[in-house]
Design a protein around this ligand. Sequence first.
Ligand code: OOB
Length: 554
Amino acid sequence: MSTGFSQGQGDLTDGFVPFPADRAATYRHAGYWTGQPLDSILSNAAARWPEVTAIVDAQRSYTFAELDAVADRVAARLAARGLQAGDRVLLQLPNTTEFAVAFFGLLRAGVVPVMCLSGHRSAELSHFAGISGAVGLVITDTAAGFDFRAMAAQLQRDHPQLRHVIVDGDPGGYLPWSALTDPGADGPATAPVRGQFDPAAPALLLVSGGTTGLPKLIARTHDDYVYTAVASAREYRMTSDDTYLVALPAGHNFPLACPGLLGAMTVGAPTVFTDDPSPENAFALIDKHHVTVTGLVNALAKVWAQACDWEPVLPTSLRVVQVGGSRMTAEEARFILDNLTPGLSQIFGMAEGMLNFTRPGDPVEVLLHTQGRPMSPHDEMLVVDEHGDAVAPGEEGELLVRGPNTINGYYRAEEANARSFSAQGHYRSGDRVRIFADGPLAGHVEVTGRIKDVIHRGGETVSASDLEEHLFAHPGIYAAAAVALPDEYLGEKICAAVVFSGKELTLAELHGFLDSRGVSSHAKPDMLAGLPSLPKTAVGKVDKKQIIALLGSS
Ligand code: OOB
């Protein structure tokens, strides 16, 4: 499968940083890595539970056997059109069953999908096309008033190697998606025979979640991604009685494999797709399909928790609601636990791989005060100070990590890799954490902020997350982000961008509140900006870059 590459720019493995042989051997020996291709998750499910519903959306559903057959058909027709094992294709579909069909169709052809999010636009896609050397693009016609075909035309002009554009919906001159899926359309139906296959080679390319700069590409291998899906489903005790709801953009690691769609499939559980995560729509779907597990970003979890006050249908079938993606205070966790579900699970994950989460049945203090513990017994976490030395147990520092599902380098990004990986192969997460050393929270991780999310005000360094924690504590503040804005005298000044829950506060009132909490004078905001909502990234995290652009220009 790693051979035969001919069309895009460079071989798939050019610029891929593999796991070192000794650790790879350890993970195989431990049974984490099984040597199976990623799409074996589908073939296994189709063999064990052929008649069980695999995926559902508002339009249609597929059993595992049907999904397996359509994935074969898509693969066969991609191959007939000249796509080869090792080629890369940008995959950008909304949360529909067709997302899963396309994902498995590409995998079955040995093609490596680049997992774009529906909110990405030409700047991101052009960047992904350039780095990956993608030869194709799978899109929908239009969504949320945006014409993806027009974007495709521009991408093709800038990236001539992007030859295959496939459109779900009105194709507008491109290849219709139905030409690949429709049993009645021309073309073969049997997937190409899998050639030489390397389970340690990239199976898919995820995009990094950082809110600074353009995302990087993250190559996840068959071995490490199958392990992620299998182990996370197991740790969440998923069974064929569960149903998973994809409420976040399906191409994101969190709803894709943590346990998400792929984890659900490993136990024969159905997955429901929706593009509308509003409480009104989501609660009705949860009720209709008896959804038991879902994953949300913090802001969405808070909206769902509030909506439980007035929505006529409540999501009572939910057994696990994973909440993660950005920092959550204990107060926010308590609010979700009390109002939305006792099944709250905090999850601290990253496209780069490592997952930490609280487990069903964990004591309430673990659920409230920590972001869980590592998924794998072989995750090796180090917490270091600014000199790279290990901090004392229980102290804060930057999290460095390596393990059976953590990358060893970004894809085709040598410069970033020199900064982001240690000589021993640890990924420098940039996250400020503490790992509790003793007591009831021992072994659990608390994320306290981002190492670089600091404001240099005058001669002082102020932690944005420390200030945010104080802001969140104010009953009149619904959401808050502390950002640095340029200042002639101070270098940087502190701006608190907030969403008020009721009456607006003045800066003086806010200072009074912060004084009462003992916040030092240099760490108090110089500016208070009330916003109707905070700008979000494509997956729904608060986007400080956009806040700075918005406020810096006003
Ligand atoms: C998830 O993945 P990404 O790649 O979009 O973002 C990773 C980054 C982490 O490095 C961390 O800075 C932040 O997002 N993060 C959290 C967090 N979960 C993620 N920060 C504080 N508390 C948390 N619970 O966001 C992701 C991937 C898989 C599962 C869940 C989330």
